[in-house]
Write a protein that binds this ligand. Structure first.
Ligand code: SF4
Ligand code: SF4
Length: 382
């Protein structure tokens, strides 16, 4: 019997331990059956930024190396790639491969993607992203495997299987997407569109050490102690949300997937191999996703818009500067898609009335000085 999602203990990034756990996890969801000799297998790895493996913002190289060995065993060719935030070009991405430890995979026969082409895609079945630019290398693969990392995320609450597909958008186009889809639910619909368009045959999650707090790049590493596999990224996200104590309705991509009936919102309806209870981290430091508690019921007139304005202030998290940690580099101002950050006296000043709450400034701040501030109501509730 193939399970919907498997969860297997893996406490350390030791070569044999990781390979053993991944083999078991993938076998239990029948994930190897889709890989045939001679296939080009794209490993869409979360390499959000050039950070060392111990930072825990990217998939650990031991996980990628183990996957490469397992795919090579089946006579297929694993190709590793991603489009991190920044220019999708050889010098930039190769530096990310070096820093994140991906080069190690070459020793086991893995190829690091060196196709930096960008293509235009038309997706007629999409809800939001019917036309978008994407990295060409994925289109040349026979199958795609989604290799994600379990992390908190300022805008989306959680980054895992579905959020990983934002990496198909070339780095410099990402801010434009935040601007096109400023509301969390629209952005999440777009992410679900991307995931569904590419339809990875298998999702593998590195939850040996996840990231809590100020994720997805500047949080703190946190041991979770497992790896997961599934052929359905939405189902995997549902399980992972539970692992870190988040509810599906607090994660916009899961709300979208459940609304489209891509997964049931009820964990008990999934066939699970392994026990979530063995790995759940009860005090995992989560972040609240951008809220969409708007009072559209009051209409689009002055009353409705006024109510929306106050609801946004009360419920919605916002970027918040820790001036002591800020070194005044201006990176946040340069990545802000809404252009609402001005550098004043060497520190960023945000026009909150025009902020679209995308948290690019938080994601790309090299010092972790930009935090996720809680809306008024959440502050009052502690
Ligand atoms: S990116 Fe971070 S360190 Fe640089 S100016 Fe902005 S908040 Fe300060
Ligand atoms: S200030 Fe930060 S959160 Fe607001 S729009 Fe700019 S990058 Fe996004």
């Amino acid at each position: 019997m193939a399970y919907d999602v498997s969860i297997v203990e893996c406490r350390h990034y030791r070569e044999q331990e990781v390979e053993h756990a991944l083999r078991e996890a993938i076998e239990k969801v029948d994930g190897f059956s889709v890989i045939r000799p001679g296939m080009r297998v794209a490993l869409k790895v979360n390499l959000v930024r050039g950070q060392k493996p111990e930072v825990a913002s990217t998939v650990h190289p031991e996980v990628v190396c183990a996957l490469v060995r397992l795919i090579k065993e089946r006579g297929a060719l694993p190709i590793i790639g991603d489009s991190p935030g920044g220019i999708f070009s050889a010098p930039y991405v190769k530096a990310v491969y070096d820093i994140t430890g991906m080069r190690r995979a070459e020793a086991f026969g893995g190829l690091l993607n060196d196709d930096y082409s960008v293509i235009q895609v038309h997706a007629p079945c999409a809800v939001k992203a019917k036309d978008f630019p994407c990295t060409g290398w994925l289109k040349n693969a026979d199958v795609i495997i989604d290799v994600c990392k379990l992390k908190t995320h300022g805008m989306m609450g959680m980054s895992n299987a579905v959020k990983n597909f934002f990496g198909v958008i070339p780095g410099t186009s990402k801010p434009e997407f935040h601007y096109r889809f400023p509301k969390a639910d629209d952005f999440a619909d777009m992410l679900v569109d991307l995931y569904e368009y590419f339809s990875p045959v298998l999702c593998v999650c590195d939850a040996v050490i996840g990231m809590e707090g100020n994720g997805p790049t500047m949080g703190d590493p946190r041991e979770i102690g497992c790896v997961l596999a599934s052929s359905n990224g939405h189902a995997m996200d549902l399980v992972c949300a539970d692992l870190i104590g988040m509810k599906p309705d607090g994660i916009p991509t899961l709300r979208s997937a459940i609304g489209r009936r891509l997964v049931s919102g009820n964990l008990s309806e999934l066939k699970l191999y392994g026990h979530v209870d063995d790995f759940r981290v009860r005090d995992f430091r989560t972040v609240t996703a951008q809220s969409n508690v708007f009072f559209h019921i009051l209409g689009d007139g002055v009353i409705g818009r006024t109510a929306d304005f106050f609801a946004g202030r009360i419920f919605t998290p916002f970027p918040k500067l820790d001036a002591d940690e800020c070194v005044g580099c201006g990176k946040c101002a340069s990545v802000c898609p809404a252009k609402v950050i001005a550098m004043k006296n060497g520190k960023p000043k945000i026009d909150r009335n025009r902020c679209i709450h995308c948290f690019c400034c938080q994601e790309f701040c090299p010092k972790g000085a930009m935090k996720v501030g809680k809306g008024l109501l959440l502050r009052l509730l502690g």
